[in-house]
Design a protein around this ligand. Structure first.
Ligand code: ADP
Length: 577
């Protein structure tokens, strides 16, 4: 791995840590903020100590130099001069006095220029370490014109070893008898103050670093303490959301987290009890529907038998009674149908439905169903057509349930087909067999399509009913298809008719890659008002699919005008992720 990749990987790992760990975030922010605070305080302290140290050393130097100058001047004033030698000696002795009464050995003396030259004037004196270059021209000028005043300057003193140390030079004037004024300079070495400052700065730096580390460690520990209950709360709520209703947070101590845990647990308790209540209620409702349906069965059978007897003898009745007998017969038939559907749907709700698969030829099954619906189709003036390019082999399915689906789809197509032909298609591919029922009748709009698999839903309850539908047919069909791990989908457009497509896996339990039949149907683009196309599908392949029609069905929406098979495949791919 190259350096660059290594850096990128490390950077993304850190970014991930930053995003995911509250602990890392808090500690980093605390470290950054305390680091800045300590840095600012450290710089301020270091500057103010340096300033203080310099000021006190300067005061000390000024006092010291003033004392030394006064002592030297006193020596000079008290002298009695007779010749050149004695003037020279006098200067030396004055400088010695200055040296002994000051703490510094760095002394220099220059005759103030511009005075009358005299051979008596002693030469300039320079002690080693205080050469003429150290003292600047400005300082010298100031001293030369300043009379008895003191002047000072920060300088770099070069020691005997060659190292340069910080220092101060203080200058003032001495007056020698006969020969006039001399500039007196005394140098003070500040290297001890500098080393004190370096020591203080190092101590500050170390203390600052130690403090940052300590604060980091303390924050880490505290955040760990604080984050642990939050983490527990997050995990617990995740498990609760996943359906583990019995999970609770530990309640220890008296702090804010305990009160959080307590209220969380209270919430979970009430959630659990409400869900249990709802589940019980739902079970009760299911039981009620199932029980009522069962209880109604026996009286209905008796009514049915009696009704049949009356119906058989209707011709012997007066016309009004005959009509009533016929009405009674139709309504008893509908009642019977409704009861069977209710019992079936309550079996699904109770989860007591088991598949009874056997090898079945879907084309044969479709032919049988078409034969069975022939009379009804003729009554409605619809022609039933079967087109089966494929599917002539046996596939494991529960023939009773699949026949029920096909009969229901055919019944609906005939009923809503407005006397136009109804085309049944069967085909197969590597993964699936499919059957579609296409009519060219009323059709449905998008809103109606969205509800077509809902229980007891009918597009228009006032529509003329010839086969006495209950509104449960498609809901049961969807359950049947789902039980087979199959798909039941619909396409419809107002005025253009509808197409319901049932797709079943070739091998039971195996997935369906794609349906062999197109949906929308191939003639959808040319049929009737193609402007408002609707699609609706429901399949267990869909991850959102549940046991009920409402949950298991999802609208696929308007897919536009499919011009080729690719468009159709695309529409299907969207429906079945
Ligand atoms: P029903 O017993 O009423 O037929 P279904 O569940 O089979 O119950 O159908 C529900 C509703 O869906 C029907 O009442 C009808 O309004 C609508 N529907 C079903 N199939 C078609 C179709 N081929 N054309 C138009 N509408 C249909």
């Amino acid at each position: 791995m190259g350096w660059r990749q290594w850096w990128t990987a490390a950077g993304s790992r850190l970014a991930h840590l930053w995003r995911t760990s509250l602990q890392v975030r808090t500690v980093t922010i605390t470290l950054a903020l305390t680091g800045i605070a300590i840095l600012v305080t450290g710089i301020y302290m270091s500057l103010s100590i340096a300033n203080d140290l310099y000021q006190s050393r300067l005061d000390q130097a000024l006092r010291d130099s003033s004392r030394a100058t006064t002592a030297a001047q006193t020596t000079l004033n008290a002298s009695d001069i007779t010749g050149g030698d004695s003037v020279r000696n006098l200067l030396d002795s004055a400088l010695r006095t200055a040296s002994t009464s000051s703490s510094s050995r760095l002394i220099a003396a220059f005759r103030v220029p511009g005075q009358e030259p005299t051979f008596l004037a002693p030469a300039d004196r320079l002690s080693p370490g205080l050469s003429g270059d150290v003292i600047s021209k400005e300082l010298r000028t100031a001293v030369q014109h300043g009379g008895t005043k003191q002047f000072y300057q920060s300088v770099k003193l070069v020691s005997a070893s060659g190292s340069s140390d910080p220092g101060i030079v203080v200058g003032s004037q001495l007056t020698l008898p006969v020969v006039g004024h001399y500039e007196l300079y005394i140098g003070y070495d500040l290297s001890d103050a500098e080393s004190t400052l370096v020591f203080v700065q190092n101590t500050l730096l170390l203390a600052g670093l130690a403090l940052i580390l300590l604060i980091g460690a303390v924050t880490w520990v505290i955040v760990r303490f604080v984050v642990r209950p939050i983490r527990v709360a997050a995990q617990t709520s995740e498990r609760l959301a996943a359906g583990d209703l019995a999970v609770r947070m530990p309640e220890k101590g008296e702090d804010v987290f305990t009160s959080l845990a307590r209220s969380f647990n209270g919430m979970a308790d009430s959630l659990q009890s409400q869900i249990n209540q709802l589940a019980t209620l739902s079970q009760l409702q299911q039981r009620f529907v199932s029980d009522v349906s069962h209880e109604l069965r026996t009286p209905l059978t008796t009514i049915r038998l009696a009704g049949d007897v009356i119906y058989d003898q209707r011709e012997s009745f007066p016309p009004a009674t005959e009509r009533t007998a016929e009405l009674l017969h139709t309504q008893i038939e509908r009642f019977d149908l409704l009861l069977s559907d209710l019992l079936e749907i309550s079996r699904y709700d109770a989860g007591s439905v088991v598949l009874d698969p056997e090898p079945t030829n879907l084309v044969r099954l479709a032919e049988d169903a078409i034969d069975g619906m022939h009379t009804l189709a003729e009554q409605n003036g619809s022609e039933l057509r079967l087109e089966a390019p494929g599917g002539y082999f046996e596939v494991g399915m529960d023939p009773r349930r699949i026949r029920r689906i096909v009969r229901n789809l055919l019944g609906n197509a005939i009923e809503h087909g407005e006397g136009k032909p109804v085309v049944v298609m069967v085909d197969s591919n590597e993964s699936a067999v499919a059957l579609s029922v296409r009519d060219y009748g009323l059709g449905m709009n998008q809103q109606e399509v969205n509800h077509v698999f809902d229980r007891f839903w009918r597009a228009d309850p006032s529509r003329k009913r010839t086969i006495g539908g209950t509104g449960l047919g498609l809901a049961i069909s969807l359950e049947d298809a789902t039980l087979h791990s199959g798909w039941l989908q619909v396409w419809s457009a107002p005025g253009a008719g509808s197409c319901f497509r049932l797709t079943l896996p070739r091998v039971p339990g195996r997935g369906i890659a794609s349906s062999p039949l197109p949906l929308p149907p191939e003639d959808a683009a040319t049929a009737g008002d193609a402007g408002d196309r609707s699609g609706r599908s429901a399949s267990p392949g869909d991850t959102t699919a549940g046991g009920t029609a409402a949950g298991g069905a999802r609208a696929s929406g308007d897919r536009g005008r499919p011009t080729d098979s690719e468009a159709v495949e695309k529409a299907e791919a969207e429906v079945h992720p």
